[in-house]
Ligand binder design. Structure first.
Ligand code: NI
Length: 173
């Protein structure tokens, strides 16, 4: 297993939509393992394949954030959100937006269809943090980012902060 570098906004690759997963073979298994290791090391509760430069319809989530909770790793390949209910405001972060936390409006409950790491189809109804994480990660698969959900003013502020930071990082190399 290996930790993969996470792309940070404003990296344009984060805007690439993911292609459907069609091969659940060893390369895919390796990718899923690497994504899990990368997410846990960060640490984060979710990671989408485009965030590590893999243009695939794939994300992983583990909302068992407390140290005393057993891990609850869930793999979503080729996901499709089929139902959305209610509305909730939640302060979100994203591993591609280091240091940024902003309120985003999401549906309170979702029903999602996806395939697990072996390609088996499943359907899941989720609420609370899992529902929010599913919507956030699913956005990544179409190149949509948390910044797109913010007001124009906040969008400009976050854009400016992270663009400056990226420029400083590039200059330091
Ligand atoms: Ni994210």
């Amino acid at each position: 297993m290996a930790i993969r570098p996470i792309l940070h906004y404003p990296d344009k690759r984060l805007r690439n939509p993911g292609k459907p997963v069609s091969d659940f073979g060893p390369e895919f298994q390796q990718l899923v393992d690497d994504m899990a290791e990368t997410m846990y090391a960060a640490p984060g509760v979710g990671l989408a394949a485009p965030q590590i430069g893999a243009s695939l319809q794939l994300f992983i989530i583990d909302v068992a954030t407390d140290d005393d909770q057993a891990s609850d790793l869930r793999i979503f390949a080729n996901p499709e959100i089929v139902e959305l209910h209610g509305e909730v405001l939640y302060e979100e972060g994203c591993l591609s937006f280091p240091g940024v936390r902003e309120d985003v409006v999401r549906a309170e409950r979702v029903r999602v269809r996806a395939q697990d790491r072996h390609g088996n189809s499943f359907e899941l109804e989720a609420d609370e943090l899992l529902a929010i994480a599913i919507q956030h990660e699913n956005d990544h698969l179409v190149g949509k980012l948390m910044i797109d959900h913010l007001s124009l003013l906040k969008r400009r502020l976050v854009h400016r902060t992270l663009t400056r930071r990226a420029a400083e990082g590039a200059a330091a190399e």
